[in-house]
Design a protein around this ligand. Structure first.
Ligand code: APR
Length: 320
C-alpha cells in the first residue's frame, strides 16, 4: 500500500511540531508548505535528520509551491498569524481570512479529496471560510479546537483531583474562544461524574468553576507567558489525534469544530461539537442533552461565532 501523504500548510511553530509528531508516528510522508522561503525547507531538513535517531523513514520535504501538496490525504492548516499578548483570537480575523482564501484555493486545485484540519484562529470562522474557499464537502473540513480545550480542562482537573490524566474524560462544547462551554455534567473521572467525585473528595464547587474559567482562558494564559506567539505543542498533538482517527478509520468521538446543520438548533454553522471521525471524515455529530444553563451558554458561544461570520462576509464579498 502506498504511503499516506500529509501536507502541512504553514510551517511555523505548530507546523514544525506537527511534522515532528507525524514523522515519529509514521503517519505518512510529509510536505511542509509556507510562503516564507527557506523556512519549510530548513525545517524539513532538520526534521529529516531526526529519522536515523528516532528510527522513522517518513520522507519530509519543504516547499513554497502548492503543486507539491498534490494528492495529500490529510492537510493540516496553520498558515496565518498567531496572537500576541493583549490580543483576542478575533483580532486575527482580517489578516487570517485572506490567508484562508489563498490556502483554500491551493487545496481546491491540488488535493480536493483530502481531509482538511484547520487550526488557524479565530478557529470557528476560519474553518468556515476555508471550507467556503476550498469548496470541499463539509464533512471533509474540520477545525481543531475541542480536543485541545478538553485536554486543557482535563489537565487542570487531573492536577486538582490528584489523579492520572488518563482517567479524566473532559468535555467542552461551543466556539474556540472565551465563550467556550466546558460541560461538567459530561465530564468524568474514571466514569465518575466530576461533580460527584468533587463531593467525595471535598473539593468545593467554586474550585471547579475556577478550573472552567482557567480552561476558557487557557490559550491566553500561554500567550501571556510566551509573549511572542501562542501555544503549539498541545495544538499540534490535538490535530495529530484527529488525523490518526481519519487515517485509521477509528470512529473516535472527538470534540471538533464541525459543520452542524439541524442539530443543537443550528442551521449550518461550524462550532465545537462531539463528532465521529472515521474514513468518511466527519461521519456523524452526536447531539447530547444539555441543561438549560449549558444550552444558553452554547447559544452565547454560537452567537459569537455567527457574528464573526458576518464580519468575514463584510471583508470578502465572495463569502456573502
Ligand atoms: N500561506 C502559507 N503560510 C503562511 C501564509 C500563507 N498565506 N501566511 C502566513 N503563513 C505562515 C507564516 O510564514 C508562518 O510560518 O504561517 C506560519 C504561522 O506560524 P507561526 O507564526 O509560528 O504561528 P503558529 O504558532 O504556528 O500558529 C498558527 O494557529 O493556533 C493558531 O492562532 C494561531 O492562527 C495561528 C495559527
Amino acid at each position: 500500500m502506498a504511503r499516506k501523504k500529509i501536507a502541512l500548510v504553514g510551517s511555523g511553530m505548530i507546523g514544525g511540531t506537527l511534522a515532528h509528531l507525524a514523522a515519529k508516528k509514521e503517519l505518512g510522508d510529509i510536505v511542509l508548505f509556507d510562503i516564507m522561503e527557506g523556512i519549510p525547507q530548513g525545517k524539513a531538513l532538520d526534521l529529516s535528520q531526526c529519522g536515523p535517531i528516532e528510527g522513522f523513514d517518513a520522507k519530509i520535504a519543504g516547499t513554497n509551491d502548492y503543486a507539491d501538496i498534490a494528492g495529500a490525504d490529510v492537510v493540516i492548516v496553520t498558515a496565518g498569524v498567531p496572537r500576541k499578548p493583549g490580543m483576542s483570537r478575533d483580532d486575527l480575523l482580517g489578516i487570517n481570512l485572506s490567508v484562508m482564501k489563498a490556502v483554500g484555493e491551493g487545496i481546491k486545485n491540488n488535493c480536493p479529496d483530502a481531509f482538511v484540519i484547520c487550526i488557524t484562529n479565530p478557529l470557528d470562522a476560519m474553518v468556515w471560510a476555508l471550507r467556503e474557499f476550498s469548496g470541499l464537502p463539509h464533512n471533509k473540513v474540520v477545525g481543531m479546537a475541542g480536543v485541545l480545550d478538553s485536554a486543557r480542562f482535563a489537565t487542570f482537573l487531573a492536577w486538582e483531583f490528584g489523579v492520572s490524566v488518563k482517567d479524566v474524560n473532559a468535555f467542552v462544547l461551543g466556539g474556540h474562544g472565551d465563550t467556550m462551554v466546558p460541560v461538567t455534567s459530561y465530564t468524568t473521572i474514571s466514569g465518575i461524574p466530576v461533580n460527584d467525585l468533587a463531593k467525595i473528595k471535598g473539593i468545593a464547587p467554586e474550585r471547579i468553576d475556577e478550573i472552567v474559567t482557567r480552561t476558557r482562558g487557557g490559550g491566553g494564559e500561554i500567550v501571556g507567558l510566551l509573549k511572542t506567539g501562542s501555544a503549539y505543542y498541545a495544538p499540534a498533538t490535538s490535530a495529530i489525534a484527529m488525523a490518526e482517527a481519519y487515517l485509521g478509520d477509528q470512529k473516535r468521538i472527538l470534540p471538533c469544530a464541525a459543520y452542524v446543520e439541524g442539530k443543537y438548533g443550528l442551521d449550518g454553522l461550524y462550532v465545537g461539537v462531539p463528532a465521529v471521525i472515521g474514513a468518511g471524515g466527519i461521519e456523524d455529530i452526536v447531539e447530547i442533552e444539555l441543561s438549560d444553563e449549558e444550552a444558553s451558554n452554547l447559544k452565547v458561544s454560537t452567537d459569537a461565532v455567527e457574528e464573526l461570520l458576518v464580519a468575514c462576509k463584510g471583508l470578502d464579498s465572495s463569502l456573502a
